[in-house]
Ligand binder design. Structure first.
Ligand code: AGP
Length: 594
């Protein structure tokens, strides 16, 4: 995915575009560029981060412009492949997020008609198509060009001598931020929060013409009105707020995120808010889908459903499900996605809908594509998550799952009351983990010297072992694998040595004894052992090389506190290794390609 920005108004566009692009870097950061229009186009782009581009850029005059930060798909990161992309006359510039599936045939056709291409990107065909169809009306040319295009796009088109921006979207997000005699276009809300909190979400098939003080949106040639929304996120929420990295800030926000996410759902009188779609009496099984960290939330959800609801439940990777997964009748599908834009999730949702099933979406981004497809959307209240590594959004997702399944659960009143009490205590338990990071710091320093690490867990903490490994590998570049503890002896034991630390999660539930046995097996094979265990579990002391203590908690909630400890462990390990924590190499915040 990439980040795109457009500005039209009364101010100089260059600093605004560059500032907004810096806020969009989590969407891609291998190259970037801007274009400003007066009587001619001025473009500055390179295969560098936005900060470097800003330093090197000459002062470009103009109050209308576009910008792009790229996550390469077609063509390596280079100055030539960086956006904006122009037509042959160098009068039309385009920034694009998405994939043009038929770009090769379009390119061949356009080349045979005399168009000369400068880059290897799919995007460049759009500029040339607009040039081909332009007959004095830019909007019309864009509309006609897009009829030839197959794939996904959010585009902003700028033309020399034209005081307007033409925008269009299909399967890629695009918003218009409304200012005072100025307008902003962006792929995501955090980019423009410094300027406005009033936005319009474009819908698939929309083509719009944006000027300083007007906005005209058409669909299939007919003018449409799109609702204006007030964004509740503040500009401060999308800033580091004194923390060295967004990831650390977002880890520390988790007590508040838990409180915010539960507010309104878990009233003080103990009645759990009902949720109609889950209560549908026809539902006989549940399918939970996600990718990456959101898949790990789905797996935690599976254990929660098994314990609280007791109906058949599957948790699947959306990317796999899309190729083989069957949806039995009377199945309720739940998709989990922080961004609400992940391509594999969107495909899975469409499949579920086609099979006749209803879909509940759990997402953090209001107005995201999933919320438009889902039958019902539950918004997590994590606030903007900027770091590529998902932390607080995962926490909010599993909070929603606890609440949702409690509302559907058939457990007795006493158990429900205990669970509600546990939920209310969660923020302070998480705070305790955050306040006691001394041992985690020590273990992180130690871990930073290794290249291979195993994480093991059992039961509801098996997904947390997967999540701990994912967090460590993506930000520290240490090879880490999460395993169900009982599986190590079925192969991975061959890799255990003094150079392969194992991090074992010991929960205070029916898996504890088996886990202690696994730990002994690992110990006898000489692997360094770090154990994550509840306060007062003394048995682990003599087995482990290091013990990270977490507060005691109802076992069903143990994923919450264990996750926080493992997030901190990954963060500090990556910091010791000097890694670019918020922007790990080759990764982007949401993955809008299959
Ligand atoms: C994890 O830290 C990653 N950011 C990644 O695995 C992420 O969870 C995955 O790409 C799914 O994204 P989504 O929640 O926006 O769908």
């Amino acid at each position: 995915m990439c980040g795109i920005i457009g500005y039209i108004g009364k101010r100089q566009a260059q600093p605004i575009l560059l500032g907004c692009l810096a806020k969009l870097e989590y969407r891609g950061y291998d190259s970037c560029g801007i274009a400003l229009a007066g009587s001619s186009l001025n473009i500055h782009k390179d295969a560098v981060r936005v900060g470097e581009l800003a330093k090197a850029a000459p002062q470009l005059e103009g109050t209308v412009g576009i910008g792009h930060t790229r996550w390469a798909t077609h063509g390596e990161p280079s100055q030539t492949n960086a956006h904006p992309h122009c037509d042959c006359t160098a009068k039309i510039a385009v920034v694009h997020n998405g994939i043009i599936n038929n770009y090769q045939s379009l390119r061949q056709q356009l080349t045979s008609e005399g168009h000369k291409f400068a880059s290897e990107t799919d995007t460049e065909v759009i500029s040339h198509l607009i040039e081909k169809y332009y007959q004095g009306d830019l909007e019309k040319a864009v509309e006609t060009a897009l009829r030839d295009v197959e794939g996904s796009y959010a585009i902003i088109v700028l033309m020399a001598g034209e005081p307007k921006l033409v925008v269009a979207r299909k399967d890629s997000p695009l918003i218009i931020g409304i200012g005072d005699r100025e307008n902003f276009i962006a792929s995501d809300v955090p980019a423009i929060l410094d300027f406005t909190n009033r936005v319009v979400y474009l819908e698939d098939g929309d083509v719009g013409v944006i000027t300083t003080d007007s906005m005209k949106i058409k669909r299939n040639g007919t003018e449409v009105t799109r609702e204006k929304h007030k964004i509740l996120w503040s500009a401060e929420q999308a800033q580091k707020g004194g923390y060295e990295h967004f990831m650390l800030k977002e880890i520390h926000e988790q007590p508040k995120v838990i409180r915010d996410t539960l507010v309104g759902w878990v009233p003080v009188n103990g009645v759990v808010t009902d949720f109609a779609l889950m209560r549908d009496i026809g539902v006989e099984s549940i399918l939970i889908l996600g990718c990456g960290t959101s898949y790990h939330a789905a797996l935690v959800g599976k254990y929660i459903v098994e314990e609280l609801v007791g109906i058949p439940v599957r948790a699947e990777l959306a990317s796999e499900f899309n190729y083989y997964g069957q949806i039995p009748p009377r199945t309720r599908t739940i998709v989990i996605t922080q961004s609400g834009e992940t391509a594999d999730i969107l495909i899975a949702m469409r499949r579920s809908r086609e099979a006749g099933g209803k879909v509940i979406a759990i997402t953090n981004v209001v107005g995201s594509t999933v919320s438009r497809i889902a039958d019902q959307t539950i918004y997590t209240r994590a606030g903007p998550e900027i770091s590529v590594a998902a932390t607080k959004s995962f926490m909010a997702q599993i909070m929603v799952l606890y609440w949702l399944m409690m509302s559907y659960s058939k457990v007795d009143a006493k158990r429900l009351a205990d669970m509600l009490l546990g939920l209310r205590q969660m923020p302070s338990k998480v705070q305790q983990v955050l306040d006691n990071e001394g041992k985690i710091l020590e273990c992180a320093k130690y871990l930073s010297n290794f290249e291979n690490v195993f994480f093991i867990g059992r039961g509801i903490n098996f997904p947390i072992a997967l999540e701990g490994a994912l967090k460590l590998k993506e930000i520290s570049y240490i090879h880490a694998e999460g395993y169900a503890a009982g599986e190590l002896k079925h192969g991975p034991f061959a890799l255990l040595s003094g150079d392969t630390p194992v991090i074992a999660i010991v929960a205070q539930d029916n898996t504890r004894e088996a886990m202690l046995t696994n730990i002994k097996e690992i110990k006898s094979r000489g692997a360094p052992l770090i154990v994550l265990a509840g306060e007062g579990d003394e048995a682990v002391e003599e087995l482990a090389d290091s013990v990270i203590r977490v507060p005691r908690i109802d076992a069903i909630y143990s994923p919450v506190i264990n996750t926080v400890a493992l997030q901190l462990l990954a963060y500090y390990t990556a910091k010791h290794r000097g890694c670019p924590i918020d922007f790990p190499r080759n990764l982007a915040k949401s993955v809008t390609v299959e």
